[in-house]
Design a protein around this ligand. Structure first.
Ligand code: F6P
Ligand code: MG
Length: 285
């Protein structure tokens, strides 16, 4: 007889914690006097959500490592098992203006830093008008609504709509490399496309999953690896978008194929409908 599945346990724990994280944002909207390992100012809520998830996820049997965007070192648990990488509060600079944020997670079956091909599951929580979760495992995506500790399935076998509608590209426009700029002009000139950019990756990527389209935080002049982090952001969203029938790219290959060298390394991120990503790779070549 097989025991409980640690992957299910990790996902259930994150889903249960989401309502608490959401409630805990009240009164924690200020910054602390610290930077995360990527040099970004930390909000009180970033540190708090990281500690809450570390505490809960490292006590699960079958979790071997916990890593987060908000701490330099990987936490090693005793024993073997899955390695969980999280961005506890994605887009936390939106706290000040009270706009959308998320929690991102990737569950790898190799020690971190690991390639995206080692992911067995990934997902994100979106703190919007309601709290939702998108979760990918075994090549299929499920959407949930989260209320209190409860998780309700809203849709199974989620796929990106075939007709792309929205696009959102991060980084300052003057910092975009010429080829990416040309691509962006092409995308925006299509009368079927609308701009959506909210400054929280999960909010923007969730729109792409819902309406079809493309989200990118590309390589920039002066920042050839872009801004987003491979272990905590690039890989988990690439895994989910690919499971939903879309594509991911670092500019020339699937993000899941990128060789990891450091737990906090960055990667240019482009995710969305297959034909839009194929075209992007042709333009960037
Ligand atoms: O995690 C980094 C992040 O907050 C993403 O959620 C978001 O897409 C991006 O940074 C926003 O960056 P910028 O402020 O450069 O648009
Ligand atoms: Mg983030």
């Amino acid at each position: 007889m097989s025991g409980p599945d640690p992957v299910d346990d990790v996902v259930a724990t994150i889903a249960r914690s989401a309502s608490e994280i959401r409630q805990g944002l009240v009164g924690r909207r200020g910054d602390v006097d610290e930077e995360n390992p990527s040099g970004e100012t930390q909000a009180e809520a970033d540190v708090w959500a990281d500690e809450l998830l570390e505490d809960r996820l490292t006590s699960i049997d079958g979790v071997a490592q916990y890593a987060s965007e908000e701490r330099s070192e990987i936490v090693d648990c005793e024993g073997e098992g899955y390695c969980v990488a999280v961005d506890p509060l994605d887009g936390s600079s939106n706290l000040k203006s009270n706009n959308t944020m998320g929690t991102v997670f990737g569950i790898y079956d190799e020690p971190l830093p690991a390639p995206g091909t080692a992911l067995v599951a990934s997902g994100w929580i979106l703190y919007g008008p309601i709290t939702t979760m998108a979760y990918a495992r075994d090549g299929s995506v499920t959407r949930y609504e989260l209320t209190g500790g409860e998780r309700t399935v809203v849709e199974e076998n989620v796929t990106i709509p075939a007709d792309p509608l929205v696009y959102g590209f991060g980084g300052r426009v003057p910092d975009w490399p010429e080829e990416f700029d040309a691509y962006a002009r092409e995308v925006e000139s299509d009368p079927g496309h609308k701009l959506r950019y909210g400054g929280a990756m999960i909010g923007d990527v969730n729109q792409v999953l819902t309406y079809g389209g493309i989200f990118a935080y590309p390589a920039l002049e002066g920042a050839p690896r872009g801004k987003l982090r491979l272990q905590f952001e690039g890989n988990p969203i690439a895994y989910l978008i690919e499971a939903a029938g879309g594509r991911s790219s670092d500019g020339s290959q699937s993000i899941l194929e990128v060789e990891p060298t450091d737990v906090h390394q960055r990667v240019p991120v482009h995710v969305g409908n297959t034909e839009l990503i194929d075209r992007l790779e042709t333009v960037l070549e």
